[in-house]
Design a protein around this ligand. Structure first.
Ligand SMILES: [Zn+2]
Length: 73
């Protein structure tokens, strides 16, 4: 049965994430699903787990004080 995904009725689902900082990791967590993305700002290593690939995750703000180039205070 040709059950295609509903491309005609495609609406982008969007989830809001919040970020937190833990040691050298920046962790983005979704409030609406189990999506979690963490990035090591020292090594650039990134890990993602959970979530749905159809869902856009936004709210990827970096916590303050994480950019070594930023001289603002
Ligand atoms: Zn989500």
């Amino acid at each position: 049965m040709a059950e295609f995904l509903n491309y005609s009725n495609q609406h982008e689902e969007r989830h809001e994430c919040y970020s937190e900082r833990k040691d050298q990791w920046v962790i983005f967590r979704c409030l609406q699903c189990d999506y979690e993305r963490r990035m090591n700002w020292e090594t650039g290593e990134m890990r993602v787990r959970g979530g749905d690939f159809m869902v856009l995750h936004s709210g990827m703000h970096y916590p303050t004080g994480i950019n070594p180039d930023a001289n603002m205070n």
